[in-house]
Ligand binder design. Structure first.
Ligand SMILES: [Zn+2]
Length: 299
């Protein structure tokens, strides 16, 4: 759910894609065996490819109903995806992948590792007709592509967040999408215990969607070190402001101004932990223990 940075060359690659002509060519060739049988379905197939973007823009997901069933051609369509060629006008598959890989763009699912592969948002076994549709190909890291595996469904929220179609940041003004709840930890062997969860001010179904993504991609585990480090740094700073207030060195208004500007520094990224943590520590009562805690690392 990290916003996807599109390399400059992507729009040119996407503009040059001509699915109608690609389908014409591939269904007129003898390789892979059996692909010729698809030529009778060319029109419905193309219609399905064109409909994808409209349906996703409107509903954020595809409907289960009214899909053409091309499962008979799964092997052929997977072969076409795995063997991009100029002859078939499918070289855009390689070009899209390379553009993301060569520019070191970070994986939009986890936000940790660089993009290495293309993930089929709708599985190529489930819906092989979208095996090479650019809108269905999401650049991501190898781990996310592997982990995600079969966890794809038509459900409203039991699905990974789609960086092309799910924009939730616009639902919240001046608040992060995620919050972190920290637990004062009695065991010195563990640096910090915490829970990352969707911001409570989001609509119910979107919270469920975000939380499903966080769990599936194992965001807490992947970002553990960053979250922990950011916690100690920012909790300490907030305590300092509070101390100044308690000692009477600053007024309550000055304190509010200091804290407001401190928590408003924001990179506009979903995984900007500094911003998320400053916000969570200050705004969530469950995190207020930091002001009373005797933990050495907070002093
Ligand atoms: Zn990833």
């Amino acid at each position: 759910m990290r916003p996807l940075t599109k390399p400059l060359e992507i729009s040119k690659i996407e503009n040059d894609v001509n699915l109608a002509s690609a389908i014409d060519i591939m269904t007129s060739l003898n390789e892979p065996v059996g692909i010729l049988d698809l030529s009778s379905k060319k029109t419905v197939w193309l219609h399905e490819l064109i409909k994808y973007n409209y349906e996703m823009l409107q509903n954020k997901r595809l409907s289960h109903n009214n899909r053409i069933n091309l499962s008979k051609f799964q092997t052929q369509l997977e072969w076409i995806y795995k063997n991009p060629s100029k002859k078939r006008k499918t070289n855009f598959i390689d070009d899209i992948r390379n553009a993301y890989v060569n520019n070191g763009i970070l994986c939009p699912y986890c936000g940790v590792s660089p993009c290495r592969t293309l993930d089929h948002y709708y599985n190529k076994a489930l819906l092989p007709q979208f095996a090479f549709l650019p809108e269905n190909l999401i650049p991501c890291c190898g781990d996310c592509n592997k982990d995600k595996g079969a966890k794809k469904s038509f459900g409203a929220w039991r699905r990974i967040i789609n960086p092309y179609y799910d924009d939730y940041q616009s639902l919240l003004q001046n608040e992060p999408l995620l919050i972190v709840i920290f637990k004062e930890n009695p065991y010195p062997s563990v640096d910090m215990k915490f829970i990352v969860t969707a911001n409570n001010n989001l609509p119910y179904i979107i919270k469920k969607h975000i939380n499903f993504h966080l769990r599936t991609i194992k965001i807490e585990k992947l970002h553990q070190e960053m979250i922990s480090n950011s916690f100690w740094r920012n909790a300490k700073q907030l305590r300092k402001y509070k101390e100044l207030l308690d000692k009477g060195s600053i007024t309550i208004n000055t304190h509010r101004d200091l804290v407001d500007s401190f928590i408003s520094i924001n990179d506009n990224l979903t995984y900007d932990w500094e911003y998320i943590i400053r916000f969570s520590l200050y705004n969530f009562r469950t995190n207020n223990w930091i002001y009373q805690s005797n933990l050495i690392k907070l002093r």
